[in-house]
Design a protein around this ligand. Sequence first.
Ligand SMILES: Nc1ncnc2c1ncn2[C@@H]1O[C@H](COP(=O)(O)OP(=O)(O)O)[C@@H](O)[C@H]1O
Ligand SMILES: [Mg+2]
Length: 247
Amino acid sequence: MLVVQELSKTFGGLTALSGIDFQVEQGSITGIIGPNGAGKTTMFNLISGTFLPTSGSIRFKGRDITRIKSDKVCRIGMSRTYQNARPFEALSVLQNVLIGISYGRKDRPNIKRAESEAMDILRFLDLERHAPVLADQLSPLNKKRLELARALGTQPELLLLDEIAAGLIPSETLEMMEVIKQIRSRGTTILMIEHIMKAVMDLSDRVIVLNYGVKIAEGKPQEVSSNPKVIEAYLGEEVEEKGEETP
Ligand SMILES: Nc1ncnc2c1ncn2[C@@H]1O[C@H](COP(=O)(O)OP(=O)(O)O)[C@@H](O)[C@H]1O
Ligand SMILES: [Mg+2]
């Protein structure tokens, strides 16, 4: 579904990503982890067509999308959520989802049909009763759900989730994980950046680990979590402390 080759991005003198290669299989959930500043969000900005890469290529469904802009990438079947929720704050929850449905895909259903689809999505995400509320008025959890609702409105084949569970309490995180599983079981491929380890490890078929703009590991969740490079990048201090206690 997605093939990323030798992808690099520099901002002035700063190398945010360097020579990244990976693939995402259709129907899978792929997790991306890595410390803050590792380049995860930058990778989403490149894949979704928000930024142009400095070098490298991105193929989506066999098509070269390296230089295709985000609105077009969305219409060919890729949608994303933002790490910091970005609703249209002056519009209602329902209108936010309608924008995804009306402008984010190739077909443009009539308004009646679009509203009925939007209400189905809001129901699925337990946002139905907030449909007429201004997006600005939502709780943090509901703003996250709205991010997802708007993205789902575009009917993505590939959905990019940037820390969709960040800032949620554990019970809300579990609920969000359940929703992600259901989205996948409906046939959507998922690429998710996530800090909450349990969520990534439980959900992902494969995990990619970034550190300082470089891919340092990739594999099944268990393989990655026992990889010494990953342990060092993530848990270095903790491992050292434990090491001292070992006789
Ligand atoms: N638009 C930008 N302009 C300049 N530097 C950026 C920009 N976006 C990200 N960076 C830098 O790139 C690096 C990677 O950032 P980011 O991709 O947001 O990391 P992550 O999502 O893994 O925490 C950071 O050093 C960040 O400051
Ligand atoms: Mg980020």
